[in-house]
Ligand binder design. Structure first.
Ligand SMILES: NC(=O)c1ccc[n+]([C@@H]2O[C@H](COP(=O)([O-])OP(=O)(O)OC[C@H]3O[C@@H](n4cnc5c(N)ncnc54)[C@H](O)[C@@H]3O)[C@@H](O)[C@H]2O)c1
Ligand SMILES: [Zn+2]
Ligand SMILES: [Zn+2]
Length: 375
């Protein structure tokens, strides 16, 4: 038996002029929703956050197959199970994750599910991990965003796109564990493996960057410096206990606080190759530079090749925080419960689905951190 869902659908990647409140790239419509197939679950979405990766699909920085039901950071309640689903029951709360891992490819077998070839191929095609589409409009298929499509009141997802979490967590908080926290804190704990007492610079203080900043403080980093263009983001970083400066102020902050001439770890969460170059230069000799941002595919990184060797730097790409979501989401929730990861600080506003075009503007101009749609 198929059902219905109300979803935010994008018809075209790129070609929309800002402000989006006027060009209205997102359309709100009722879609047909297939029942969950084998290994799949039907989830009633409670809350979903807007991430820059959604904006990148809208503005064409990251072109995806269209039409697509957007959204990839969310949480909800399991309503029904397809055949063969184990470990979940109706009524469970799940956090959705934006790269399902097949469990069988070389990456998965090596414990690197965040590089799963099968999951990445399905995401690239806008299909679920099991192949094909569960969303349709007037008989036409609608693509899934990263196997999730969380800007919908009900979704069908692969079981491997879910992590079960406790029901006492407020939904708007649970939602951001799916992308911002998993990515930002994972960049610190898994990709950089920040040790207590180290120094960390974070470029970009949106949902992902502030998560990295909190993760660094929560991991015992001795000096944490946040860098952003937006004054409100710098204020937030200071509230969280970091030093915060504009890109122009960074050299002075390094001179004052980092005797080695740069940080032990630098984390870039802007999505701009030029900023990644600045991040690379902000690391001390022997530093680890972790890149998390997703720049448009035609941008190249310009760094002195010699410096990698002569300065012994390590450049690390970090997708989904190099995370194993079923291991790491409960860990980060534990850090949140213990007061080491004040995730509520990421939530700048809550919304209804129809606010999405305005929300794209607030993200685009750097005003908002995480804007959460509550269903
Ligand atoms: N690697 C992954 O798995 C993964 C997951 C989620 C998001 N992302 C990417 O990470 C990036 C950040 O996502 P987000 O949702 O936090 O975005 P966001 O828009 O909320 O935050 C980006 C921040 O960068 C700041 N910024 C812009 N230009 C800057 C500059 N020149 N110098 C310093 N700061 C600057 C903005 O003011 C903003 O605060 C995006 O590129 C997104 O696509 C990657
Ligand atoms: Zn995201
Ligand atoms: Zn795999």
């Amino acid at each position: 038996m198929s059902g219905k869902t109300r979803a935010a659908v994008l018809e075209q990647s790129g070609g929309h002029t800002a402000p989006y409140a006027r060009s209205t790239p997102m359309r709100f419509t009722e879609l047909d929703l297939d029942p969950p197939g084998a290994g799949e679950v039907l989830v009633r979405i409670e809350a979903a956050g807007l991430c820059h990766s959604d904006l990148s699909v809208v503005n064409g920085d990251r072109v995806r197959p269209m039409p697509m039901a957007l959204g990839h950071e969310g949480t909800g309640i399991v309503e029904a199970l397809g055949d063969g689903v184990t470990g979940l029951a109706p009524g469970d709360r799940v956090v959705l994750v934006f790269l399902p891992s097949c469990g069988q490819c070389k990456a998965c077998l090596s414990g690197e599910g965040y590089l799963c070839d099968v999951g990445a191929a399905a995401n690239g095609k806008g299909e679920l991990l099991g192949g094909g589409f569960r969303l349709h409009e007037c008989g036409h298929d609608v693509h899934h965003h990263l196997g999730v499509s969380a800007f919908s009141n009900r979704v069908v997802v692969d079981q491997r796109s879910t992590v079960k979490v406790d029901r006492d967590i407020p939904p708007q908080i649970a939602a951001v564990f799916g992308c911002a926290v998993l990515t930002g804190v994972g960049a610190v704990t898994n990709s950089a493996k920040v040790a207590p007492g180290e120094s960390v610079i974070v470029f970009g203080l949106g949902g992902v960057g502030l998560s990295a900043l909190m993760g660094a403080i929560g991991s015992g980093a001795a000096t944490v410096i946040g860098v952003d263009l937006a004054a409100g983001k710098l204020d937030k970083a200071r509230e969280l206990g970091a030093i915060a400066v504009s890109p122009e102020g960074l050299a002075d902050a390094i001179a004052e606080h980092l005797p080695a001439g740069g940080a032990d770890v630098v984390i870039e969460t802007v999505g701009n190759a030029k900023v990644l170059g600045q991040a690379y230069r902000a690391g001390r000799r022997g530093s680890r530079i972790v890149t998390v941002g997703l720049p448009p595919p035609d941008q190249n990184l310009d760094i002195p090749a010699l410096s990698l060797v002569a300065e012994g730097k390590t450049l690390i790409g970090s997708y989904m925080g190099s995370s194993i979501p079923a291991r790491d989401i409960p860990r980060y929730i534990g850090m949140w419960r213990a007061g080491h990861l004040p995730v509520e600080q990421l939530i700048s506003s809550t919304h209804v689905l129809e606010d999405l075009n305005d929300m794209l503007d607030a993200m685009s101009n750097g005003e908002a951190i995480r804007q959460i749609i509550v269903f």
